[in-house]
Design a protein around this ligand. Structure first.
Ligand SMILES: *Cc1c(COP(=O)(O)O)cnc(C)c1O
Length: 363
């Protein structure tokens, strides 16, 4: 048997570990922050019809510029931030926001360049940095995982990174990030600022997204995804908004025709049904707030969350608690933070069962 180490792999990938959230066929999956509500039947029919039309044309390459999809994404973002509408030439998309981030690092990172992040944060940021030969450097957060404008400014001045990545709200902690911290980060860097807003739709009503900071900031990019609130994780569609010149940089590194005709058609059809697809967001927020309210009564210490998941401390033995739940058909996430576990806010029934089983666990 050949071992990976026996192969002439790049030196900088030796000993690295791949992304590895466990995938198990359990009944209640609350481990990767998907929208756990089923896709509404009306949307299934609409997306299926669009995909069928696309299949009739798959003898041809798809629209390399995914023009129609960019128009729909621009309208969707503009509806969310009507004061600062986004135009189609400001939009990029790829197979998940992970690929969008990879395009960013291929264009603005790479060998000899460095990206600054603030752990604990989304594990894929450092993994994509490694894959693109970008050095991943880190700075500390403030108390309770927050990042103040002063903290971000001094970290950037010290490190002088080529790219800064901020996750807002942050995964795996759920921590909100103020616009003033994003403004301070942009002002402090001469490099690129990437704000990962995978969970933006779960933020409180009326909180402005980093999209509102795009005008006049050509080095700012805001990434989003259809994988979380939008209930479209399996379709793989992530996107980004930025200055049209930054979008042109991404055209230099993407593979031609990277978004299949079927993906483009399915995403456009889902965006046409956006209100239906997002109808569960309020219910999910309610379950998140319920986790925040009820976990303390069970003796745990949840951290404030603006996302669709909750990180909770006070777990004596995270591995044991993880397995206790798994044996009872509930999969949550051990994110490797001492004394902590993370759980996705599911449907009301899933959340109830999680709380009930956790409450029954002998401690
Ligand atoms: C889930 C997640 C993503 C989404 O990745 P996709 O490739 O779009 O599915 C991106 N960023 C963060 C912080 C996430 O938690």
């Amino acid at each position: 048997m050949t071992r990976l180490d026996d192969l002439p792999i790049r030196d900088d990938l030796r000993g690295a570990t791949p992304y590895g959230a466990p995938q198990r066929p359990v009944r209640i999956q609350l481990n990767v922050n998907e929208n756990t509500h089923p896709v509404p039947e009306a949307v299934v029919a609409h997306v299926t019809a669009a995909a069928e039309r696309a299949v009739r044309g798959v003898n041809r390459y798809p629209d390399r510029e995914f023009t129609e999809l960019r128009e729909h994404l621009a309208s969707y973002l503009s509806a969310a931030e009507p004061a600062d509408p986004v135009t189609p030439d400001q939009v990029w998309a790829a197979n998940g926001s992970n690929e969008v981030i990879q395009h960013m690092l291929q264009a603005f990172g790479g060998p000899g360049r460095r990206m600054l992040g603030f752990p604990p944060t989304y594990s894929m940021h450092s993994i994509i940095a490694a894959g693109t030969g970008t050095e991943w450097i880190t700075a500390e957060r403030d108390a309770d995982f927050r990042i103040s404008p002063e903290t971000v400014r001094s970290a950037i001045e010290r490190a002088q990174p080529d790219i800064v990545v901020l996750c807002a709200p942050n995964n795996p902690t759920g921590t909100p990030l103020g616009l003033e911290t994003i403004e301070a980060a942009y002002a402090a860097t001469t490099g690129i600022l990437l704000v990962d807003e995978a969970y933006a739709e779960f933020m409180p009503e009326g909180h402005r997204s980093a999209l509102s900071l795009l005008p006049g900031r050509p080095r700012l990019a805001v990434s989003r995804t259809m994988s979380k609130a939008f209930a479209f994780a399996g379709a793989r569609l992530g996107y980004l908004a930025a200055d049209p010149a930054l979008i042109d940089a991404l055209r230099l590194v993407r593979l031609p025709y990277h978004l299949s005709a079927i993906t483009q058609a399915a995403a456009v059809a889902a965006l046409q049904q956006a209100p239906t697809m997002l109808a569960t967001v309020d219910a999910i927020r309610t379950q998140r707030d319920r986790l925040l309210a009820e976990l303390p009564a069970l003796g745990y210490a949840p951290h404030d969350s603006w996302a669709n998941f909750v990180l909770f401390g006070g777990v004596d033995d995270p591995a044991a608690t993880f397995h206790y739940l798994l044996e009872r058909d509930i999969l949550i996430r051990d994110v490797g933070l001492a004394g902590h576990l993370r759980v996705t806010a599911g449907t009301e029934a899933e959340t109830s069962e999680f709380l009930e089983v956790l409450g029954r666990m002998p401690r």
